[in-house]
Unconditional design. Sequence first.
Length: 411
Amino acid sequence: MKIANKIPALILALVFIAMQSCNEQSNTTNDANNPTGKTPGKYKEGADYMLFERVRAFDKVGFSQPQEAFSILLPKGWQHSEQVIWNAPGTMCAGTSKTLKASSADNKYSLQMYPDVLFIWGGNQQMMQFNQNNNTSTSTCAYRQPIDAENYLRTIFAKEELGNAEVLSVTANKLVVEQMATMNAAKTAELQQYGAGNINFYQSAINAVVKWPNGTEGMVVLGVNIMETIIPNMYNGSYDKTYTTEVSKITVFKYPGNESEQAKNQFSLIMGSFRSNPAWNNAVSGFWKSVRQRKHVEHIGKIRMMDEQTRRMGEQAIAKGNARLSEMDNQMRNWEATQSSQDRMHTNFIKTIREVENFKDASGTYELSSGYSHAWSRGDGNSFILTNDPNLDPAFIFKDQNWKEMQKSDN
């Protein structure tokens, strides 16, 4: 009887030993797949790795239906808002520009892309007085004398838009200036076809660091393009000059002053990830080209804006672009895996801050920050993980086998 009573206890002991053995085998298997010995919960996002997700901005104004205009990578969890702004033909500062506001959950980090700014000025004082009396200036469109990039930052932007931020450093960006010069050469050739007078361009671009009294710092990039048009006066043999100053790519990245290294990594990746939808871009460019084709310059320097017929031409160009966008397969985003010429400027702006490297996966090649030594993706062009930990494996952390390590590429 005593032996019989001990049998259940023996069975329970054997079951316990078997379960313990299974747990040890399970741990052994996990250790083999995870040489760091870390469990998923021990990897901390933001410390061990950064997860970036692609955000898409839509043009809700220029088309009959909202159309994707651009996309950009932002850290996961950031709040963001985007907008495409149209200033209609015939207005003082006609054109199309993009804006973006984004910030981390704790508001320690933030990114803002400002709309383009246009300044108009001329040597004919009577004409300038007439224009100033009949047109209202705004923060993005005003009558001001031409100004280069550094002076715009110091005397206008840092004071008016950045709340009197202190400018710590300013560096000229030669790569961007060279690209702007190439684009200006093409603009000159086009404008001369429309009968414009002698045209000169003066371009400048900067990278800067600013600081606020609370210890927050910011990296600022912007470019300034000045177009000088010389218009002969056939009646008295003199000439007038008009100036159009365009400030573009205005971007500010704010961060805690003691975290500048991490901020450089994030900012360089974000800027390098900017992509314009080529179908949208071509439709918009075609619209404004049709506007320019209908302008002509008179001897007094007045540019006659387009008439109703040209408005219809522009609407037709937009409609054609809309049709092309509708035909585009949203699942095949080859344009996001390549770097088009209009996007290159974003990458060139941050090359003086931190170089970028090419990483390749099944969907294409992407320019990512050289501040991270390892990159992972899900192969969909939407999600990327950047880390300096050689043993980190997102497939293990997220239990998602779609995560694959990307390979560095020379092109």
